[in-house]
Design a protein around this ligand. Structure first.
Ligand SMILES: *Cc1c(COP(=O)(O)O)cnc(C)c1O
Length: 827
C-alpha cells in the first residue's frame, strides 16, 4: 500500500497470489458466495464481474504495496499529476492485459456461464472527464506506471461522472451518470489519510514571540476530504501506481447549538452542503464554468492534495522543507487546479512558518503548468468578490504574489504601464477578476503547450509578454495516447497480426511499429490481405453497434468515415454535415463520377448549456433521417449519430475507421488525441493544418494524409474581412447545400429550427470560418473517394499510418515530461 514509513518499507515483501485459472476460479467463487451472498447458479453477471474484479485487484495488491515500499524513502523524488478530470473508462480488461491474464481469466470463467465479453460489459465507464483533457490524464497515468515512474494522480471522486446522452426525436437528452451506484470494486478507501479543507471565514494577522508577522485563517467552515485510491497497473512490469480521488464529506462536528435547540435536521444539513463538492463533474468542455461550486471543487482538490503530498513527504522520513522542491513536482492539468500555487504558499507560511521568500522559492520550483487551449471562452477568471468570500486568505496571498510580480515587470520595463496592466494577475475593470492562467505562469517553473503549433501560438500570442520576461519557462510536450488501451486492447485482431510480423516489443516501445513499413509495399499480398481482413472484422463489430444503438445498417464494404469528439463549433461537425448534404445532393442529381459508398458516423456530447452544439446534433439526426430513408440513395450513403460517445465506444470505433475526420478551424484545436487513436489503428486522416494533425502529417508524409483548408495564419489574416457570401456566389455546390437546408428539406415538421445554424455560418463574424474551407474540404473528400477505389493502395496507406504512429505514444510524451520537467530518477 502507499505511504509506508521507511520502517515498514523494510519489512519482507508480501507474497503474491497464485495466477492459475484454478486459483482465480476458486477466488471468484469465494467472493460470489461469502462476500456477495450469491450462488453460482443464476448469479447475474454483474456480481460475477464484481467477484472477478476483486479477485484481480487482490492480484495487484502485493505489487501495489511493493511499488510504494520501494519508493517511500527519504530523498526519492516524485511527481503528482493534479487534474479535475480523469476520463478512465473501464479497468477490468486493462488490468487483464497488463497482468497478461487474458487466457487464464477466460479459462477460469468456465463454470460461471458468462463470457469475458459479457462481464466486461457490466463495468460502467469511469467517466470522470469531459473529453481530450481528461482522457489525456488517464493515458498519462497508464504510461507512467508502464515506465515505472513515481507519479501519483490527484483528482476528485465524483459521485456522478459525465452525463449519459440519449437521443429523443433527434435532440440530445441528458441522464445522470451514477457510476458508483453499485460500488467500485477497484478502489480502496483510506480514511487514515483524511484531510480537512477550509472555506469562508476571515483572516487574522498577529506577531509571534520573536516579533515575526504571521497570518491565520479563522472561523472557517471546513469539509473533510476522504481519499479513494485506484490502482494503475503498469504493462507487465509489476509496477502499480495510484490515482487518489478525493470525496468530500462533512466534519463530524455538528452544530451543537442548533442540535440542542432541537434543530437536528438543520444541523445535519451542513453535511449535505459539504457533500455537494464532489457530487458532480461539470460537463463543459473547452469553456469556463464560472460557478461557485466549481471554484470549491478546484480548491478542495488543490488543498487536500498538497496537504497529502506534504504528509507523504514527511512520512518518508524527510523534514528539511528547503529540500521539498528537490523531492516533489506538481503538474497542473490546465488552470483548473492552479489555486495550488497560492495554497502551497499558505501552507508553507501559515502552517510551517516559512517566510515569504523561502516559501516562494519552494513553490516556484515545484509547480508546473500545462495549457490546453487558446480559446478565450476557456480562460478561467474568478471574480475577486467570490474569492474574498470563499477563500479570503488565498486572495491575500494572490494579491501579494501579484504586487511582487508587477514590481519585477516594472523593473524590467520601467514606465510600461500598459504591459503591467496586461500582465497583472488581477484584471481591473468593471468586476475585478483573478486570471488563473497568469497565476499559473507566475507560480510555475515550466509552462507547456500540447502540440508544436499550439506551443508556438502560445508564445507568439497569449503568453507573449511572459515569454519576453522568462523565455526559458516555455516548452512544448506533444500529447499522445496509450497504445495498451488504444491498440493492444481495442484492436486484438490487428495487434496479433503486428505481433506475428515484428514480435510484441511494440506494445511497450511503439517506435518499433516502424518495422511494419516494408510490409506496406504492394508486393506483400498476404500481409495486405490479413490487414484488410482485420479491419473488415472491426468494421463488422462497429456495424453491429451502430445497428443496435442507431437502428442504421452500415455496410462493412463501404468507406467508414468517422468524426467522434465533443460537439463544438470550433471542431466543425457542421463542415462534415455540409459535405454529407453535398453527397446527398450529388445522388439526387445523378452526379456519380468518382463516387465511393460511404457510411458517415458522427458522435459526441454537447455541453447541456451549449444551444448551438445541441442544434448541430439535431441537424445530424435530421439529415440522417432523410438520407437513410430516401429510396434514391439506395444504401450508397448512410449517416448515423452514435449516442453517448465515451471511452468504451471509442474502443470499438477507432479500430473500425477508414477515414478520420480532424477538421477544426486551424489554430483552434490545441492538439487533439482522437486523431492519434485513429492513426494507430490504420485510419487515414482528412484534416486541417492544426494541432497534432501537423505532426501526424509530418510522420506519415503528405501522400498518405488528406490535407485541406486555411492555415492558422490565413485564418487570422482573414478575420475582419471574412465574407461568407463570396464563397456562396463562387460555388454552386455550396449554394445547393445551403439552399437545401434553408428550404426545410430536413425539418419539414419543425420549420425554422436550423435558421440559427445558417445564421451562424453565413455571418461575416463566424469565428470558425466554415464556408471558407468548404471547397477545399470537398475537393479533399473527392480525392479520398478516388483513393478508396484503389484498394491495395488504400491498405498500403493504412499500414503506413500505423507504422508511423510510434511518436504518438504517451510513453514518449511521459519520457519528455520526465526529461525536461519532472526529472524523476529511474526506479
Ligand atoms: C480521445 C477521446 C477524446 C478526445 O478526442 P478529440 O478528437 O481529440 O477531441 C474525447 N472523448 C473520448 C471518449 C475520447 O476517447
Amino acid at each position: 500500500m502507499p505511504d509506508q514509513t521507511p520502517l515498514q518499507a523494510c519489512q519482507p515483501t508480501l507474497e503474491s497470489l497464485p495466477v492459475t485459472a484454478d486459483a482465480i476460479r476458486q477466488d471468484i467463487k469465494q467472493y460470489q458466495f461469502y462476500h456477495l451472498g450469491r450462488i453460482l447458479k443464476d448469479c447475474p453477471p454483474v456480481y460475477t464481474y464484481r467477484a472477478l474484479a476483486w479477485t484481480l485487484r487482490d492480484r495487484l495488491m502485493s505489487d501495489w504495496m511493493n511499488t510504494y515500499a520501494r519508493r517511500d524513502l527519504p530523498g526519492k523524488r516524485r511527481a503528482y499529476y493534479m487534474s479535475l478530470e480523469f476520463l478512465i473508462g473501464r479497468a477490468l480488461s486493462n488490468h487483464v492485459l497488463n497482468l497478461d491474464l487474458d487466457k487464464t481469466a477466460r479459462a477460469s470463467l468456465q463454470d460461471f456461464g458468462h463470457s469475458m465479453e459479457e462481464l466486461v460489459e457490466e463495468e460502467p465507464d469511469a467517466g470522470l472527464g469531459n473529453g481530450g483533457l481528461g482522457r489525456l490524464a488517464a493515458c498519462f497515468m497508464d504510461s507512467c506506471a508502464s515506465l515505472d515512474l513515481p507519479v501519483m494522480g490527484y483528482g476528485i471522486h465524483y459521485e456522478y461522472g459525465m452525463f449519459r446522452q440519449r437521443i429523443e426525436n433527434g435532440y440530445q437528452k441528458e441522464d445522470a451518470d451514477h457510476w458508483l451506484r453499485d460500488g467500485n470494486p477497484w478502489e480502496v478507501e483510506r480514511t487514515e489519510f483524511i484531510q480537512r479543507v477550509q472555506f469562508g471565514g476571515r483572516t487574522e494577522h498577529f506577531t509571534d514571540k520573536e516579533g515575526v508577522r504571521h497570518a491565520r485563517w479563522v472561523d472557517t467552515s471546513d469539509v473533510l476530504a476522504i481519499p479513494f485510491d485506484m490502482p494503475i497497473s503498469g504493462y507487465r512490469n509489476h509496477a502499480v501506481n495510484t490515482l487518489r480521488l478525493w470525496k468530500s464529506t462533512a466534519t463530524d462536528a455538528f452544530n451543537l447549538d442548533e442540535f440542542n435547540a432541537g434543530s437536528y435536521t438543520e444541523a445535519v444539513q451542513e453535511k449535505n452542503h459539504a457533500e455537494h463538492i464532489s457530487m458532480v463533474l461539470y460537463p463543459n468542455d473547452s469553456s469556463e464554468n464560472g460557478k461557485e461550486l466549481r471554484l470549491r471543487q478546484q480548491y478542495f482538490l488543490a488543498s487536500a492534495s498538497l496537504k497529502d503530498a506534504l504528509r507523504q513527504w514527511h512520512a518518508a522520513g524527510n523534514s528539511d522543507l528547503s529540500k521539498f522542491a528537490d523531492d516533489n513536482v506538481f503538474q497542473m492539468n490546465d488552470t483548473h487546479p492552479t489555486i495550488a500555487v497560492a495554497e502551497l504558499m499558505r501552507l508553507l507560511m501559515d502552517d510551517y512558518r516559512l517566510d515569504w521568500d523561502k516559501a516562494w522559492a519552494i513553490t516556484t520550483q515545484c509547480m508546473a503548468y500545462t495549457n490546453h487551449t487558446l480559446l478565450p471562452e476557456a480562460l478561467e477568471r474568478w471574480s475577486v468578490a467570490l474569492f474574498e468570500r470563499l477563500l479570503p486568505r488565498l486572495l491575500e496571498i494572490i494579491y501579494e504574489i501579484n504586487a511582487r510580480f508587477l514590481r519585477t515587470v516594472s523593473m524590467k520595463w520601467p514606465g510600461d504601464l500598459d504591459r503591467q496592466r496586461r500582465m497583472s494577475i488581477i484584471e481591473e475593470g468593471g468586476v475585478q477578476q483573478v486570471r488563473m492562467a497568469w497565476l499559473a505562469i507566475v507560480g510555475s517553473f515550466s509552462v507547456n503547450g500540447v502540440a508544436a503549433l499550439h506551443s508556438q501560438l502560445l508564445r507568439d500570442g497569449l503568453f507573449r509578454d511572459f515569454v519576453d520576461l522568462w523565455p526559458d519557462k516555455f516548452n512544448n510536450k506533444t500529447n499522445g495516447v496509450t497504445p495498451r488501451r488504444w491498440v493492444a486492447h481495442a484492436n486484438p485482431g490487428m495487434s496479433a497480426l503486428i505481433t506475428r510480423e515484428i514480435g510484441d516489443g511494440w506494445v511497450a516501445d511503439l517506435s518499433q511499429l516502424e518495422k511494419l513499413k516494408p510490409l506496406a509495399e504492394l508486393s506483400n499480398k498476404a500481409f495486405h490481405a490479413d490487414w484488410h481482413a482485420a479491419k473488415r472484422a472491426n468494421k463488422e463489430r462497429l456495424a453491429a453497434l451502430v445497428k443496435a444503438d442507431c437502428g442504421v445498417e452500415f455496410n462493412p464494404d463501404a468507406l467508414f468515415d468517422v468524426q467522434v469528439k465533443r460537439i463544438h463549433e470550433y471542431k466543425r461537425q457542421l463542415l462534415n454535415v455540409l459535405h454529407v448534404i453535398h453527397l446527398y445532393s450529388r445522388i439526387k442529381k445523378g452526379h456519380m463520377q468518382g463516387w465511393a459508398d460511404r457510411c458517415v458516423l458522427i458522435g459526441g456530447k454537447a455541453a447541456p448549456g451549449y444551444a448551438m452544439a445541441k442544434r448541430i446534433i439535431k441537424l445530424v439526426n435530421s439529415v440522417a433521417e432523410v438520407v437513410n430513408n430516401d429510396p434514391d440513395v439506395n444504401g450508397r450513403l448512410k449517416v448515423a449519430f452514435l449516442p453517448n460517445y465515451r471511452v468504451s465506444s471509442m474502443e470499438i470505433i477507432a479500430p473500425a475507421t477508414d477515414l478520420s475526420e480532424q477538421i477544426s478551424t486551424a489554430g483552434k484545436e490545441a492538439s487533439g488525441t482522437g486523431n492519434m487513436k485513429f492513426m494507430m489503428n490504420g485510419a487515414l486522416t482528412i484534416g486541417t493544418y492544426d494541432g497534432a494533425n501537423i505532426e501526424i502529417l509530418d510522420a506519415v508524409g503528405e501522400d498518405n494524409f488528406f490535407l485541406f483548408g486555411l492555415r492558422a495564419g490565413e485564418v487570422d489574416a482573414l478575420r475582419g474581412h471574412y465574407q461568407p457570401h463570396t464563397y456562396l456566389e463562387q460555388d454552386h455546390e455550396l449554394r445547393d447545400v445551403i439552399d437545401l437546408i434553408g428550404s426545410g428539406h430536413f425539418n419539414p415538421v419543425e420549420p425554422g429550427i436550423f435558421d440559427m445554424i445558417l445564421g451562424a455560418i453565413l455571418s461575416p463574424h463566424d469565428p470558425w470560418m466554415t464556408l471558407a474551407d468548404f471547397r477545399s474540404y470537398v475537393d479533399a473528400q473527392n480525392l479520398v473517394s478516388l483513393a478508396w477505389h484503389d484498394k491495395a493502395n488504400w491498405t498500403r496507406m493504412s499500414i503506413l499510418n500505423t507504422a508511423s504512429s510510434g511518436f504518438f505514444s504517451t510513453d514518449r510524451t511521459m519520457a519528455e515530461y520526465n526529461r525536461d520537467i519532472w526529472k524523476l530518477r529511474p526506479a
